[in-house]
Design a protein around this ligand. Sequence first.
Ligand code: AMP
Length: 501
Amino acid sequence: MTKFTDLDLDPKVLKAIGEAGYESPTPIQAAAIPHALAGRDVLGIAQTGTGKTASFTLPMITKLAKGRARARMPRSLVLCPTRELAAQVAENFEVYAKHCKLTMALLIGGVSFKEQDKLIDRGVDVLIATPGRLLDHFERGKLMLTGVQIMVVDEADRMLDMGFIPDIERIFKLTPFTRQTLFFSATMAPEITRITQEFLQNPERVEVARQATTGENITQKVCIFKASHRSKEGKEKRALLRDILIQEGETLDNGIIFCNRKSEVDIVMKSLKKHGFDAGAIHGDLDQSTRTKTLDAFRGGTLKILVASDVAARGLDVPAVSHVINFDVPIHSEDYVHRIGRTGRAGRDGKAITLVLPFEQKYLTSIEELVEKQIDRMDPPGGTKAAEPEAKDEKSEKPKRERAPRKEREPKADKPAKDAPSDSSEKKEPSNKGNQRGGNRGSGNKTVGMGDHVPAFMMRSFEIKRATTRSTKKDDEAAETEQDETDAAEPSGTASDETAA
Ligand code: AMP
């Protein structure tokens, strides 16, 4: 087995690792560190929980230990999709570089530019940033990226989901061609492969097994549940959640409850609190200090239940989470892997329970295809009869829209969708003929099924604009808004649709 001392790391780094209590490198560290130290580009296929942060920070610190930073010209750059993830990487740097004299700056939204400017002006060895905020600084002329020797892209697949790929490409082009690139992604979508082919030079590919297929210490259950009536779904689902929390009893030390939408996060959190549970919420609409406070309380053990959205909770490292509950089935099956990966960390036991409404069965099917197994079923604890898993519910094929069309879909009748793909019905039909995706609307002008009275809102047209470039002003929250809105508006399950704005 590889030991840390076999890996040519700076003795000061080794000292810090020893103090952190690490005994031996994880597989991704053992595989990636030697190549990173040798100056090679690395394509790491791994997700959080595998020790991937140290697999790029340790060699970076070792390499940067020699040399000094110049004003406004960072020597290295780490790009993360969310503020929390960036802050977490910064915390890791602080731990591992505590015996080295390296300077670091964290550039994330929700924090004033002034402080960040000051740090950059002094010169930083390591710059950790979300793409939007980094480009904001660049555009304000406060930052030059021509001194970047090492660039890390962390969680590239999430960057793709959030529509950050154009920003990443732009940032790559602002850094020198001679830089070393360390690129991490949990999955390799075609778009990610394209980026790596364009910007990485003969990378060394290191891969660790997907957590969901190896995490035998996580007990996974699905609870298939049918409400007594569609209109009571939310209420009954929240009651079911409480029954589950009560049933788990003492075994539930702390848990994260994932919802697909930010609005749902708030509702679930408030409902739990009302019923006497110790719950807090985290999602992208909350201000940074609230997010940080809630997260610190959860990490510190003073908050028992964290209700979260995917983007906000992505990659968060809370070492001891006993339970993950999916209040909604994740629409993208990879998110299931990420969500349940919050529990069962560092070899501990964990439990993941997913609530499944009939219309969500199709998402469950794709999750089971991804993890290559059938997840055990459990009966709803409150005596509610479980829906037959095999029962093919008509509604499961065609979930009804429950919410009004999103704001972005307000009429822009005469303007065709500029960035829509060529096969987009929205592009083909930009005039006010109604929403072609709407379930009960016919083709052409006629709206069927409404008799003579057709409500005015159903006659309005709209366009869906595909985001190819992103406003850099509001990076992670903006993306999360899109994700939530798209989810709410009937997700089609493709990453590119998710970024449609
Ligand atoms: P990451 O995948 O980078 O989010 O790391 C997950 C967790 O593993 C973090 O809490 C790290 O502190 C911890 N960790 C990373 N490397 C090691 C190691 N070699 N030994 C023990 N724990 C580690």
